[in-house]
Design a protein around this ligand. Structure first.
Ligand SMILES: Nc1ncnc2c1ncn2[C@@H]1O[C@H](COP(=O)(O)OP(=O)(O)OP(=O)(O)O)[C@@H](O)[C@H]1O
Ligand SMILES: [Mg+2]
Length: 268
């Protein structure tokens, strides 16, 4: 005798999620202690949709860099999970993850290690298989984007901090990542370079997570902000709303520059 399952027992058909439904970044319950025992993250949940630009705010020592270093598996071994475009950040996926996620480190000296600027910017695309004229073109474009094309043959360690930061941004742009993570990108940039970097970020069709203490920059570039404080997400909302919340700002040591009124800024 054949048994007909009751309607309740029939599993719903598996519909594959549409690409837009898969978050660019999905961090779930992430907790992490450094090998010396210092715990920096205490259960972080963060979802970023494709194409979103999100600012990650928070005081010194909040865990921002620690979180960023989990996004392409530089740090691992804690509790919880991280996925990038639906791909779990774990050893077997790291090559693919690192192609998709470009991280501009807080310290450009962690990013630049070749004898010349050109070789540093070529390093990633060459490792991904680009050669010859295509590679040269990719390097040239990335250096032009950050206004450093005239420095291609210089050793990175002879450049100023701001110039090294711009080259560090170029090394990541040259990879054309889907997700761009920048750890304090505007620090040490002169006002023109800061504005030019904002224009680059706005022009790219990528997901951006930007750690910054530069709150006007966050307001200008990111409609959404997340506040990380003492290793947990303390707030997540519209950047303008968060910056206008005096109690929240004080509680997490966030301060606006003298004379800056976030209410007076018209944002998209
Ligand atoms: N390698 C390490 N070993 C042990 N503790 C560390 C290490 N790196 C960072 N920490 C600690 O982890 C906590 C979070 O540091 P993290 O660098 O993530 O802060 P942050 O939010 O990026 O701060 P900042 O705004 O100063 O860049 C801090 O208390 C810090 O002292
Ligand atoms: Mg940091």
């Amino acid at each position: 005798m054949t048994r007909t399952p009751s309607p309740e027992a029939v599993p719903p058909p598996k519909i594959p999620p549409s690409p837009e439904a898969v978050p660019s970044l999905e961090v779930t319950g992430l907790a992490y202690a450094y090998p010396d025992g210092h715990q920096a993250l205490f259960g972080v949940d963060l979802t970023v949709a494709p194409g979103e630009r999100v600012a990650l705010l928070g005081p010194n020592g909040a865990g921002k860099t620690t979180l960023v270093l989990h996004l392409n598996g530089i740090l691992s071994g804690g509790v919880g999970s991280v996925a990038v475009a639906g791909l779990a950040v774990e050893k077997r996926n790291l090559a693919e993850i690192r192609r998709r996620v470009g991280i501009v480190f807080q310290d450009p000296d962690d990013q630049l290690f070749m004898p010349t600027v050109r070789e540093d910017v070529a390093f990633g695309p060459a490792a991904a298989g680009l050669r010859g004229a295509e590679l040269a073109q990719r390097v040239q474009e990335a250096l032009e984007q950050v206004g450093m094309a005239g420095f291609a043959d210089r050793p990175p360690h002879h450049l100023s901090f701001g110039q090294r930061r711009r080259v560090a941004v170029a090394t990541v742009l040259a990879m054309r990542p889907e997700i761009l993570v920048l750890d304090e990108p505007s620090s040490n940039l002169d006002p023109a370079s800061r504005r030019e970097l904002a224009e680059i970020l706005r022009s790219l069709d990528v997901t951006v997570l930007m750690v910054t203490h530069d709150l006007p920059y966050a307001l200008e570039l990111c409609s959404r902000s997340v506040v990380l404080s003492e290793g947990v997400i303390a707030a997540d909302g519209r950047t303008q709303d968060l910056l206008c919340d005096d109690a929240l700002m004080r509680a997490h040591r966030l301060e606006l520059p003298f004379g800056f009124d976030p209410r007076s800024v018209t944002v998209a």
